[in-house]
Design a binder for this molecule. Structure first.
Ligand SMILES: [Zn+2]
Length: 314
């Protein structure tokens, strides 16, 4: 990375700016959830303000380096989903700007960290779930980059990148963290926690964890052709379990306990990640997914989505 004025917040609006400021693209992105507003092991940090056609992300993005195998440093970008100080409701998160901004920086692999409630007896508070499925119960969120003259239907049968999940799982095992490989994350609108009736229905349907932020983030990451996986940090048993009702104080205590583990985990995951030799097909998602004929595309929308679909509309 070039020698930059660390105190100054850089403003980035285009790929050209990224090229000017950083010698190479930032391939690894991390979105932190409740309790995770910075990651101390990211060194040589530069704060950047990114302007996107969808507005501004949740906060300035921190770009820095994390140590990988053999002392090789890897560039990472970190963004706190609720903003520093936690002032953005799940419904209010501008996931479009968040994902677009990370894509602009060059992010190909996106690790999402989320606090969640457990819907299964065997998934205990302070454990980790790496979901392989999602169930959408949100109601108030726009969940695609497309529309306004350009139609795309991406596949979403497997919403998470298996290879990335596997790398995270291996890292969890190395650290001795109790981790469940697979499970369904049900995303509710919030901001209130579930009622008992809702929680019991989610539990009876066999879902594993409940949270408020996986969507539309996961859908937009897919449309942006990123490898995406969620590290779900269990804070409580939601409210389906008799005698284990959600208690905000307990949730915060478990949350804080999870935060340190997840920070150690992120360092190891970044170290273990191989962004050069990816075997998955996440970066080809849009290849056959854009249905609109080029000459029928809305020009304004095309300009807005150039970063995402440009290479398929040449
Ligand atoms: Zn992938």
């Amino acid at each position: 990375m070039k020698k930059l004025d660390k105190k100054k917040v850089l403003e980035i609006k285009s790929k050209k700016d990224v090229k000017n400021f950083f010698s190479s693209e930032v391939k690894i992105g991390i979105i932190g959830g409740s309790g995770i507003y910075n990651i101390e092991s990211i060194k040589n940090v530069q704060e950047i303000k990114v302007k996107t056609p969808f507005g501004f992300p949740s906060d300035n993005i921190v770009v820095g380096e994390m140590e990988g195998k053999g002392g090789v440093y890897k560039k990472v970008a970190f963004l706190p989903r609720h903003g520093r100080g936690h002032h953005i409701l799940p419904t209010e998160i501008n996931s479009h700007a968040n994902i677009y901004a990370l894509k602009l920086l060059g992010v190909e692999v996106l690790i999402s960290i989320s606090a969640c409630g457990s819907l299964k007896e065997e998934i205990r508070p302070r454990e980790i779930v790496l979901p392989d499925q999602l169930f959408d119960r949100t109601r108030l969120r726009k969940n695609t980059f497309f529309g306004e003259g350009i139609v795309s239907h991406v596949t979403f049968d497997e919403p998470y990148c298996y290879d990335l999940r596997k790398t995270i799982y291996t890292s969890c095992k190395n650290l001795g963290l109790i981790t469940h490989f697979g499970g369904t994350y049900v995303c509710i609108e919030g901001p209130q926690f579930s009622t008992k009736a809702e929680s019991k229905v989610n539990q009876q349907l066999g879902f594993s964890v409940v949270g408020m932020t996986a969507l539309p983030e996961a859908k937009l990451a897919r449309e942006a052709q990123m490898c995406y996986a969620t590290i779900a940090l269990v804070t409580d048993y939601d409210v389906w379990k008799e005698g284990e009702e959600v208690n905000a104080k307990k949730v915060v205590e478990n949350l804080n306990a999870n935060v340190e583990n997840s920070k150690r985990l992120i360092s190891l995951v970044v170290s273990n990640l191989d962004t050069e030799e990816k075997k998955c097909k996440c970066n080809e998602t849009l290849k056959h997914a854009i249905f609109t004929r080029k000459d029928a595309m809305n020009k304004k929308t095309l300009k807005k989505l150039e970063l995402l679909i440009g290479k398929y509309v040449k």
